[in-house]
Every structure is written in C-alpha cells, then in structure tokens.
Design a protein around this ligand. Structure first.
Ligand code: CDP
Length: 230
C-alpha cells in the first residue's frame, strides 16, 4: 500500500471526526482535527475577552496574539487519542463547550486566522499518511489528496448526535440551542469569503444519516484500500 493523504470535509456534527479517528487507528495514520485548531484560537479570543457583548471581535488584538500562539496535538497515552494544546496547556475539554461552538465560525471566517492555520496543517501533512477532517481540507489544505470524502446528514440528526455527545460529557445543553448552532455554523461556514465549506469536485459524498459507526468505517476502509492499493 502506498501512503496517501485523506481529506474528510462536511457539515458540523456529522460524525467526520469519529470516522476519521476510527480509520486512522485501523490503518496506522496520523489523525488531525483541523476544527480543534479553530476552536483553540476561539478559546484564546474568549479568554482574553476579545469579544464585546454584541459579539464584535477585536481582530487587531487577535492578530497580534496569534503570532505568539502555539497550537499542537499530543497523544493521550491512556485513550490513544490526540488532544489539543494551546501554548502548552491541554484545552481538549474546554474547546468543546457551547460557548466556543457559538463563536468559532466568526473566528474561522477571518482570512489571517485561516492563513495561519492552513500553513500549519499543510506542514503536518508533508509526509502523507495523514487523515485530516474539517471544512476546506479537500479544497484548500490538500487539494491533491488521493482520497476526499464529503460527509453530510440532516440537521436534525446531526443536532441529536451532538446533543447525546455533550450530555454524555455532563454538559447542560438544550436540543433547540444545539440545532440552532448547527444551522448557524453551516450557514456562516458555507457563505464566508475565504475557503467556504463546499464539496470538492473530486470528493466522494457520504450521507451517513442511516449508517452505524461500523457501517461507515467499512465503507471508508474499502475506499482507502482502493485508493492506496498500488
Ligand atoms: O462541531 P464540529 O465537530 O462539526 O466542528 P469542528 O470540526 O470542531 O469545527 C468547528 C468550526 O471550525 C466549524 O464550524 C468551522 O467554522 C471551523 N472550521 C473551519 O472553518 N475550517 C476547518 N477546516 C475546520 C473547522
């Protein structure tokens, strides 16, 4: 098998990261959650109170801060899963809160944030053997990826999955709030000027509304074997 690059893009909460993680584990590839990087920048902005009450962001201050910021991933040896670090601090849990979710798409629409993170993502993928998930991986980060998947499912199903996930982590959330957030992020992500969320022309589309985790893994493994086979 040759080493390839795998890009998984799609709407919010459609199970991209579950799929990507499962596949990475089963074929020994590196998994990178690009959304976690946008979330970490958002957490940085929130912690420094760069948002006003009306939701306006002090972009100049964020730009200055970003040049001194380090975002990285380290493997949790107990769970075997990568976790996100912001300036050396483990922020994996904090970046998944509703507060971060409701500010992240505004931060991710800023051209200087995208430029900064895309460069880092491309560096991580230099050696191939990588699976990255996000919104613009197949279109902007790795336009030459050998395998591109675009995942989708109905907003209601996605909101239900996110609800179950946050509840299981003990977070207090309502279904209405999550459904609204899912729809809002999809809208901002698809309509921003720089690298909007869209399906790459050569991506394979997967609507996983009715698939179990096991079924989608098998589907993905077959595609991988086809593309990586020599
Ligand atoms: O909640 P979900 O797992 O679907 O989202 P995520 O992958 O954690 O990404 C959070 C947010 O980051 C998205 O809603 C986008 O606004 C932004 N993002 C992006 O713009 N480009 C990427 N490659 C990945 C995420």
């Amino acid at each position: 098998m040759k080493k390839i690059t795998i890009a998984i893009d799609g709407y919010s909460s459609c199970g991209k990261s579950t799929m990507a993680k499962q596949l990475a584990k089963s074929i020994g590839y590196i998994y990178v959650d690009s959304g976690a990087m946008y979330r970490a920048v958002t957490l940085l902005a929130l912690r420094h109170r760069l948002f006003t009450h009306e939701g306006q962001l002090d972009t100049d201050a964020l730009k200055r801060m970003l040049s001194k910021t380090d975002i990285s991933f380290r493997l949790n040896t107990e769970t075997g899963a990568p976790e996100t670090y912001l300036n050396g601090e483990n922020v994996e849990k904090e970046i998944r809160t509703m507060e971060v979710s409701s500010h992240v798409s505004v931060v991710a629409a800023l051209p200087f944030v995208r430029e900064y993170l895309v460069k880092r993502q491309q560096r991580m993928g230099q050696e191939k053997g990588i699976i990255m998930d996000g919104r613009d991986i197949g279109t902007t980060v790795f336009p030459d990826a050998e395998l591109k998947v675009f995942v989708t499912a109905s907003p209601e199903i996605r909101a239900r999955r996110r609800y179950d996930e946050l509840k299981a982590k003990g977070q207090e959330v309502s279904m209405e709030e999550i459904l609204l957030n899912v729809k809002e992020r999809d809208y901002i992500d698809s309509h921003r000027e720089v690298s909007p969320l869209r399906q790459a022309d050569d991506a394979v589309v997967l609507d996983n509304s009715l698939l179990s985790r096991e079924e989608q893994l098998v589907w993905l493994q077959n595609l991988y074997a086809e593309r990586a086979g020599e």
